[in-house]
Design a binder for this molecule. Structure first.
Ligand SMILES: [Zn+2]
Length: 414
């Protein structure tokens, strides 16, 4: 069977609900997207459920679905994904946490949960070097920086139990005390070791020259790591074990997406101009996708801005980003070998602007390319594709469908 190639763009949080100021249309319905309209008209479309109808999912869970897996079989927690993103390998028995560099006073009351959004890379690196690799009771702590004030922590030792509660009192909880994770239960040992480590960090960082300098400048010092999302090591089977011989590459700025891609054994590409923010190098990502297509079968391109606009309730910005995405498809359509290349779109969840969070609304999807049973949809929008052939598919079934057209699925039975 002849193999084909594909580019699959995932617009994070793309799905939305009707918005009054957009004439009761969704941002996607309202946007001017001539190329995506054409791809819907000439392709197959539908509203798909990233995981399952009625379930709200996070970006990590949603992407694991879109990549063809069932997260319920593998997911241990965000901490494990962040650790992977930061380049911290985990083995069975390790525990991972997400962490913030924060500012606390001597009674461990939170003064600023992001240490004034500390972002000086060299300072963060120096602070982390002062505590990375520290051992307590035969248990070793590895700490790596993530974006800005965020870090990943991996704790390795014997008989650790990952059911450790968050020390983080929560968002917008300046003035609350750090939560001591030691509970009088069976998890006590692991929690005690973590607590000793966090107090060690405070002790070292309180008097660190970097923090002396920050105080002199009137900045918050970074003198604590606030932890959350404790997770056991997470292992995803490589993508080739699901779709034999396929070679996948992922292009993203967002570290979580790159981390999940690495777990799936995708190759990955990032660049300083691929920000994972509102402003990213859209055309640069589109060009890079074509380069990656030369030696991969499927290239997945992630755009984060659509989700951020939903969280910020900024529908007009969401429209603007969708129109940038349309230009990416326009570029691809002008360059690809149309006899042998597929273009696809979906989202990991909806992030409706008025809701400012992820909802369970199904997300718009299309697949364009040769040999499709083209359906009746004629433009791109949540309600315009609602009667398409892919309607009601799950994210994992959509991935399977794309890969089937590329020629990398197994046949079940004889
Ligand atoms: Zn997301």
């Amino acid at each position: 069977m002849k193999k084909a190639k594909g580019i699959y763009l995932i617009a994070d949080g793309l799905g939305d609900r009707p918005i009054k100021e957009l004439k009761n249309l969704t941002p996607l319905e309202y946007s001017n997207t001539p190329t995506m309209d054409f791809l819907c008209k000439e392709g197959v479309t539908g509203l798909i459920h990233p995981y399952s109808p009625g379930y709200r999912v996070g970006t990590d869970w949603g992407h694991i679905c879109l990549f063809g897996y069932n997260p319920a079989d593998h997911y241990t927690g965000r901490g494990a994904i962040e650790a992977y993103s930061a380049g911290l390998e985990m083995k069975k028995g390790d525990i991972a946490f997400r962490g913030n560099l924060g500012t606390v006073d001597n009674s461990l009351t939170v003064i600023d949960r992001r240490a004034g959004r500390i972002k000086e890379k060299e300072d963060i690196k120096t602070l982390i070097e002062a505590i990375d690799g520290y051992e307590i009771d035969g248990c070793k702590f590895r700490v790596h920086p993530l974006t800005e004030h965020r870090v990943a922590i991996v704790m390795s030792g014997d008989e650790l139990d990952w059911h450790i509660i968050d020390t983080d009192p929560g968002t917008a909880c300046e003035g609350s005390k750090i939560i001591c994770p030691i509970q009088k239960e069976k998890y006590q040992k692991s929690a005690e070791i973590l607590w000793k480590f966090l107090l060690h960090v405070k002790n070292i960082w309180d008097k660190h020259p970097i923090n002396k300098k920050r105080e002199e400048k009137g900045l918050y010092k970074a003198n604590f790591i606030i932890t959350r999302g404790a997770a056991a090591a997470m292992v995803l089977p490589p993508i080739e074990s699901i779709f034999p011989k396929i070679k996948v590459s992922v292009i993203a700025g967002d570290e979580t997406i790159l981390g999940i891609g690495k777990m799936c054994n995708f190759d990955y590409v990032t660049d300083k101009s691929f920000t994972g923010g509102f402003e990213t190098n859209y055309l640069g990502k589109a060009q890079k996708a074509l380069e990656e297509l030369e030696n991969h079968d499927l290239v997945i391109v992630h755009i984060k801005g659509t989700d951020l606009c939903g969280h910020d309730n900024n529908p007009l910005k969401k429209v603007e980003i969708i129109e940038q995405i349309d230009k990416m498809y326009e570029y691809w359509l002008s360059k690809i070998d149309k006899e042998n290349t597929y273009l696809a779109l979906a989202a990991d969840h909806s992030t409706p602007c008025h809701f400012k969070d992820h909802s369970s609304d199904p997300v718009p999807a299309f697949l364009y390319g040769p040999h499709l049973r083209v359906d009746k949809s004629i433009s791109c929008g949540e309600r315009m594709v609602a009667e398409g052939l892919l309607n009601g598919y799950t994210g994992s079934q959509f991935m399977r469908t794309i890969v089937d057209y590329l020629g990398y699925t197994r046949k079940y039975g004889a």
